[in-house]
Design a protein around this ligand. Structure first.
Ligand code: BDR
Ligand code: CA
Length: 308
């Protein structure tokens, strides 16, 4: 089987880190590059974290480029309550072994898209992807799919209405969902039905360095979930987006219209999904509506456990 070439645009982030490890452990994917965007923490921190995660698995050949250091229009916010001051609190990781590439993330994506079609997997705010579409509209036809972790049909996790990645930069999300590209939306509706338990995470501790790092990541990440949701099972949002590209049987998707709320009111950042087709707006996204949680967690833990 030919590998699917992907670029992962991320803001590590505990679940971003697990998403990167899952991708790098998976023979179905070729990770062409990793790009970063300000989100869970500042751009310098998430870029260092991306390289630190690649260092754990020895992915020295995968280029890392830093992108937008703030949303398009509004000010940056971070998620230190979820991911800590470093953005990756928990494991004792050494400093990054290298600097990011001397090229902007958007330029790196454009360079690779000129060579061949690619799948983009943005698992942070959509700032870089919106900039790519704005700067290089001719390259949109070379984007196979934009598999977004973000949004929700139902409830939000940063406000009652909005999911964090979309809420950070709703204007960017609007640009992406309104583009000509294929967009797949993997939102909280499915990520919250596919939790990694403390027991499954802890069982990775004896399975090599990557497994031990994931066990430490989960031990920190679950504190927030215990406090807010009352259980120490955690969604692994970003890894579910990667898993969908590896194994399309994990998620059920439906073609629906998604409209972005970019107003300043209480619904700012909401992904308004026309699930009951109450408008005549055409479908603009494949929206994940169901998940085989066991299939996902088995894939995630087996693949991470297989890393050295
Ligand atoms: C998303 O927000 C971030 O905190 C996570 O990394 C994930 O991408 C979930 O809402
Ligand atoms: Ca993320």
């Amino acid at each position: 089987m030919p590998k699917t070439p992907v670029i992962i645009d991320c803001d590590p982030g505990h679940d971003d880190a697990m998403a990167l490890m899952l991708a790098l452990a998976s023979p179905e994917l070729e990770v062409v590059a990793v790009t970063t965007v300000a989100g869970n923490q500042t751009l310098d921190k998430v870029t260092a974290n991306a390289i630190r995660v690649l260092d754990v698995v020895g992915a020295d050949a995968v280029p890392v480029a830093a992108g937008a250091d703030r949303p398009l229009v509004h000010r940056a916010a971070v998620a230190a309550d979820v991911h800590g001051e470093t953005g990756l609190d928990g494991p004792d990781l050494p400093p990054p072994s290298r600097d990011p590439e001397p090229i902007h993330a958007v330029e790196l994506m454009a360079r690779e898209l000129r060579k061949r079609p690619l799948t983009l997997i943005p698992v942070g705010p959509l700032t870089n992807i919106a900039l790519l579409i704005a700067m290089y509209p001719d390259l949109v036809e070379n984007i196979e799919d934009i598999v977004v972790m973000g949004g929700a049909i139902g409830l939000g996790n940063v406000t009652p209405s909005a999911e964090f990645n979309i809420w950070c930069d709703p204007e960017a999300a609007k640009r992406v969902f309104e583009s000509e590209a294929d967009v797949t939306m993997i939102g909280l509706d499915v990520t919250h039905q596919a939790m990694l338990s403390a027991a499954r995470a802890d069982a990775l501790r004896d399975k090599g360095r990557a497994g031990a790092v994931v066990a430490d990541l989960h031990a920190f990440y679950r504190r927030f979930h215990l406090e807010v949701y009352g259980h120490d099972d955690t969604p692994v949002h970003d890894a579910l987006a990667v898993a969908h590209v590896i194994d399309p049987k994990i998620l059920n998707t439906t073609q629906l219209n998604v409209e972005l709320d970019v107003t300043q009111g209480p619904c700012r950042g909401r992904t308004v999904v026309d699930q009951l087709r109450r408008t005549d707006r055409p479908a603009n996204a494949h929206v994940a509506v169901g998940v085989d949680a066991d299939r996902f967690i088995d894939l995630l833990t087996e693949r991470i456990g297989s890393l050295a």
